[in-house]
Design a protein around this ligand. Structure first.
Ligand code: 4NP
Length: 155
């Protein structure tokens, strides 16, 4: 089993979107039993909350239901439990570095590094600025790259 967790700031916009998108790809590839998927936020503002209504609406528009997800905060134990800890931007990468045990540093990734053609490393934070449509597209690109990486290296 390969364990994957997507991490943003609030765990209500970008990372639950990534969780839903990636779960769809994994399901379509027939790999539900091989890849475990979760998401978390580096801050605790929205612990226990469902995804932001705008993130839910964008996912629904693309045929993906993420309404059941609930926010939780990332923690040091996540680096024991997960093989891939995927930071949505540099700020969250920094936050994760502070709680990552040194022996697990190789598990910490910038999510968009799995979509190098995009030419950027940060998924823009849509909470204040909007842009959920474009964020969803970026997340789809990187999720495809991530799945290809896992299939090549582990499955
Ligand atoms: P997310 O977006 O990190 O993609 O879930 C945000 C959600 C909430 C806040 C910031 C970003 N906030 O400041 O409450």
């Amino acid at each position: 089993m390969i364990n994957v967790v997507f991490v943003c700031l609030g765990n209500i916009c970008r990372s639950p979107t990534a969780e839903g998108v990636f779960r769809g790809l994994v399901h379509d590839a027939g790999l539900d039993q091989d890849i475990h998927i979760d998401s978390a936020g580096t801050h605790a503002y929205h612990v226990g909350s469902p995804p932001d209504a705008r993130a839910q609406a964008e996912a629904k528009r693309r045929g993906n239901d993420i309404s059941h997800l609930r926010g939780r905060q990332a923690c040091t134990a996540d680096f024991q439990k997960f093989d891939y800890v995927l930071a949505m931007d540099g700020q969250n990468h920094q936050n994760l570095l502070k709680i990552c045990p040194p022996e697990h540093l190789e598990k910490l990734y910038m999510f968009l590094d799995f979509a190098p053609a995009l030419g950027i490393r940060d998924v823009p934070d849509p909470y204040y600025e909007g842009g959920f449509d474009g964020v969803y597209d970026m997340i789809e690109d990187a999720a495809k790259g991530l799945l290809a990486d896992i299939q090549k290296k582990h499955l």
